[in-house]
Write a protein that binds this ligand. Structure first.
Ligand SMILES: Nc1nc2c(ncn2[C@@H]2O[C@H](COP(=O)(O)OP(=O)(O)OP(=O)(O)O)[C@@H](O)[C@H]2O)c(=O)[nH]1
Ligand SMILES: [Mg+2]
Length: 215
């Protein structure tokens, strides 16, 4: 299938493909490439953000029922790295035992996947960081995996709510600075986020391309 290159937030995507869904550690891709994974509460906008970052509409499935994604989905970008869609954290309609199983699988993946370079943790800007967010971010940090907290759904708040909730998230999640805030719908905040993702992967930068446009 042909793929038309697309530039999102200053980063050019020359290929983006779904590689596989894993339900346990044995199911991780065999190919050794750096990975950056996306985590956050169910419905926070992980899958939508992945589509937006890769300049896609439907590559990542957005299910109508939140909390339905039980797998870890791997997407290969530019044949260089994987972006990873993790199941939503703490979805109330999933039974406690299923939730624990999932939490165990996510923890195992974060602890054992040697190619995981960092984790983007999404927080809904309207909620300003919930107890589940605080607990999850702390448990990921405890594994030693770098966590980048990003606020989602920027388009849902006005300027004063934005300022107030960015500050709340910063305080509650003990961040050194205010988090990046993105909107998948309005395609905002993507440049800062791509830069962070590329920094996490091998120290590549958006500016690796020397800007001359030469190959
Ligand atoms: N207003 C607004 N809505 C968004 C944005 N991103 C996602 N949504 C909506 O939020 C809902 C959940 O989005 P998903 O991308 O499926 O969220 P998810 O985190 O992948 O959810 P799970 O897979 O259930 O964990 C959908 O109805 C999206 O259309 C955004 O930037 N702005
Ligand atoms: Mg999803």
């Amino acid at each position: 299938m042909s793929f038309s290159p697309v530039t999102v937030g200053g980063f050019t995507i020359t290929s983006a493909e779904f590689v596989k869904a894993a339900v346990n550690l044995k199911g991780l891709p065999k190919e050794r490439l750096p990975q950056v994974a996306f985590l956050g509460r169910s419905n926070v906008g992980k899958s939508s953000l992945l589509n937006t970052l890769m300049g896609q509409k439907k590559l990542v499935k957005i299910s109508a029922t939140p909390g339905k994604t039980r797998e870890i989905n791997f997407f290969k970008v530019n044949n260089q790295f994987f972006l990873v869609d993790l199941p939503g954290v703490g979805f109330a309609k999933v039974s406690n035992s299923k939730r624990d199983e999932m939490a165990d699988f996510i923890r195992e993946y974060v602890e054992k996947c040697q190619d995981l370079r960092g984790l983007v943790y999404l927080v809904d800007i309207r909620h300003g960081g919930t107890p589940i967010d605080i607990e999850t971010v702390e448990s990921i940090r405890a594994t030693g995996c770098p966590v980048l907290v990003v606020a989602s759904k920027r388009d849902k708040v006005n300027q004063s709510e934005l300022a107030k909730n960015l500050k709340l998230i910063q305080e509650r999640l003990s961040l050194p600075t205010k988090p990046i805030c993105v909107s998948s719908f309005k395609k905002t905040g993507l440049e800062a986020l791509w830069q962070e993702i590329l920094n996490a992967i091998n120290g590549m930068h958006v500016g690796d391309d020397d800007g001359t446009g030469a190959d």
